[in-house]
Design a protein around this ligand. Sequence first.
Ligand SMILES: Cc1cc2nc3c(=O)[nH]c(=O)nc-3n(C[C@H](O)[C@H](O)[C@H](O)COP(=O)(O)OP(=O)(O)OC[C@H]3O[C@@H](n4cnc5c(N)ncnc54)[C@H](O)[C@@H]3O)c2cc1C
Length: 300
Amino acid sequence: MCLYGCPYGLIFNAADAVDRMVRSGGLTYRPGFHAIRFEERGDGVRVCSARETVSGDRLYVACGVLSTAMLSLRSLGALGQRVTLKDSQYFFLPMLQRRGSGDPSREPRHTLAQMFWEIINPDVNPQTVHVQLYTYNDTYAPDMKRRFGFLAHMLGPMTEMLSRRLIVAQGFLHSDSSHRIVLRLEGGHGSERLVYEAGQNSATASAIVRASRAVSRVGRLGGLLPLPPLLRTGSLGSSFHCGGSFPMSASPNGLDSDVLGRPGGLRRIHIVDASVFPSIPATTITFSVMANAHRIASLA
Ligand SMILES: Cc1cc2nc3c(=O)[nH]c(=O)nc-3n(C[C@H](O)[C@H](O)[C@H](O)COP(=O)(O)OP(=O)(O)OC[C@H]3O[C@@H](n4cnc5c(N)ncnc54)[C@H](O)[C@@H]3O)c2cc1C
């Protein structure tokens, strides 16, 4: 949903913004243009797909962190060089409402988070822990049936009833408390592939324990019954909040970007997605990615 927006058009959808800019004449959209290489030439830039080459004064790259890494490493001739993608580790903690509040399946609703909690407590984590609370969703009961199999079958209608009282807390950690993904481009000219390796962070497991205990404490104050045995930890990269592979720096080294998102000493090519974040916060990142892209495009 975040990537494509609401099917009923009720929340922001980037495609609507693109359509608006195209209609106003400020943007030419070329569907199917898959960038495979960029380069700076004199006082301009070129970006090539398999079919055509487009030239301009400046290039802004926002292909999403993996595609941006592939495109940039290939274009910078950085075969075999390692870049580190910082991740935001997440976990799920289910909780039950002690008291029912009608039948949520009959209420008009959406699948977005209903509430955010920010845990700002250095005893829990040096950086903020971000928590999103999801209330009733009609995928809960089928998920419980799949997960608890025969037990859920025995409980029958109880499973439906429990799913109506279920609140799922999704907690996120800052990248300093999360594992990392090390990326490098391998292969010969024209057949490169991006290779991934996990970079373990010894602080992550204990940070999840402290954060989930803090969520449980707050949940109990709000009349919820936390279910710690059902705590689930997301696998590396599955939070979809990652970046920092070409981090912005006031004094960039190697493939780092400068404060205008230009990696490896480039002057006219700017990365404007989460790849240039110095770190990944626990909070949702898309709005900050958009704000940073706007800042770079305004200043460049
Ligand atoms: C299930 C899910 C839930 C999420 N929930 C949230 C949330 O609640 N809040 C939040 O802030 N974030 C959320 N995110 C994260 C958010 O979607 C991403 O942070 C955001 O989309 C990143 O934006 P981007 O512009 O960097 O990349 P993308 O949105 O991935 O856009 C990259 C674009 O570039 C195109 N592209 C890729 N390669 C090439 C190429 N070589 N040539 C030309 N075009 C190319 C792609 O087709 C795509 O259109 C969620 C992500 C997922 C998957």
